[in-house]
Design a protein around this ligand. Structure first.
Ligand SMILES: C[S@@+](CC[C@H](N)C(=O)[O-])C[C@H]1O[C@@H](n2cnc3c(N)ncnc32)[C@H](O)[C@@H]1O
Length: 316
């Protein structure tokens, strides 16, 4: 359904779970000014990096950051008291000099009263080969919260442990299992995206991608990356906002996990692509790379690698 001139509103779900979404074709700042305060449990985005992509005009880093400062001030206002901002960025590069954007964004987010909880590294194995510096193989997500009382559902994003049979070897718990039957904390270094995403999508211009999620957008988020943040940092029916939504990867990650979602993008073609992807998600035809749970395979003879008997009953 299209409401007014530029907002597309829809519902998602079945008789048990009912979620809403809004995709707004327009400018981020202009639209943020219309939103209620303290509304969203998660703001997650990959903003324009000011590197001259098809949807941006490159300007000085100073004026770019000044503009982003105004946007972040509004994002902090619309964030709920239990809410989080996940700000995913890489480098801005000028005449070969590298400006790590998270370093600059840290001060801006902090200035608006937000508190850093993790600086997450997401790592990929392929990309452009640099000749005058080491090739870049990671980007970062700055995870900030509005207060100290924030949503964090660690159990929903645990990953299988490498050595589930490991036991305490000294102290009062000696001999007892030291891990958690639900798995381990995924840590702040994420290489969940394995090879197919990296090699086919990330930063490789002119490659015709076979990746199931690839669209015409030049810098799309992997849905899997957003899903981990959505599951850990929001609850069912929370509201999630992507202020630079592109082809709607964050919106899809939210709806897929029964969260409400709002996305804004100034390019009509991306909004239309996002709407198309949501329709496919609804009818079950959207191709999504599933969340991976790859684990290191230790030697089968390794005792600590075996899943402990005590836990078998707990997870059944
Ligand atoms: C890095 S991309 C985000 C891609 C998105 N994460 C996805 O998976 O498709 C940044 C997006 O910001 C949008 N954008 C840039 N400046 C904007 C503005 N002032 N208002 C709204 N959208 C803007 C661009 O059109 C682009 O789609």
């Amino acid at each position: 359904m299209r409401d007014e001139d530029s907002t597309y509103i829809g519902a998602f779900g079945d008789m048990f779970i009912d979620c809403q979404y809004q995709l707004i074709h327009g400018d981020t700042m202009e639209n943020l000014l219309q939103f209620d305060s303290n509304y969203f449990d998660l703001v997650i985005t990959s903003p324009p990096y000011n590197i001259g992509k098809e949807y941006e005009i490159k300007k000085s880093i100073e004026s770019y950051l000044e503009q982003q400062n105004d946007v972040i001030k509004e994002l902090a206002r619309v964030l709920s008291p239990k809410g989080s901002i996940c700000w995913q960025v890489g480098n801005y590069i000028n005449k070969g000099e590298v400006f790590p954007l998270d370093v600059f964004y840290y001060d801006i987010l902090k200035k608006h009263g937000l508190k850093l909880r993790n600086r997450i590294i997401w790592r990929f194995g392929h990309g452009l080969h640099a000749s005058k510096r080491f090739s870049g193989r990671y980007e970062t997500i700055l995870w900030f919260t509005k207060t100290d009382d924030y949503i964090f559902n660690l159990d929903d994003v645990r990953i299988p442990s490498k050595y589930p049979g490991k036991r305490h070897f000294k102290g009062p718990n000696r001999g007892r299992l030291s891990g958690n039957p639900k798995g381990k904390n995924p840590s702040d270094v994420w290489d969940i995206l394995a090879k197919d995403w990296e090699s086919e999508v990330w930063n490789i211009p002119n490659v015709k991608s076979n990746h199931p999620e690839k669209t015409e957008h030049p810098c799309q988020f992997p849905i899997e990356l957003v899903e981990r943040c959505v599951l850990a940092l929001t609850n069912v029916h929370s509201w999630v906002l992507d202020p630079y939504a592109g082809v709607g990867s964050a919106i899809i990650a939210a709806l897929k996990n029964n969260r409400n979602a709002v996305g804004i993008d100034k390019e009509e073609k991306y909004i239309s692509n996002a709407l198309d992807r949501i329709e496919k998600l609804k009818d079950g035809t959207l191709r999504i790379r599933p969340m991976t749970k790859t684990i290191h395979k230790p030697s089968p003879n390794d005792k600590v690698a075996k899943f402990p008997e005590e836990w078998l009953q707990k997870v059944r």
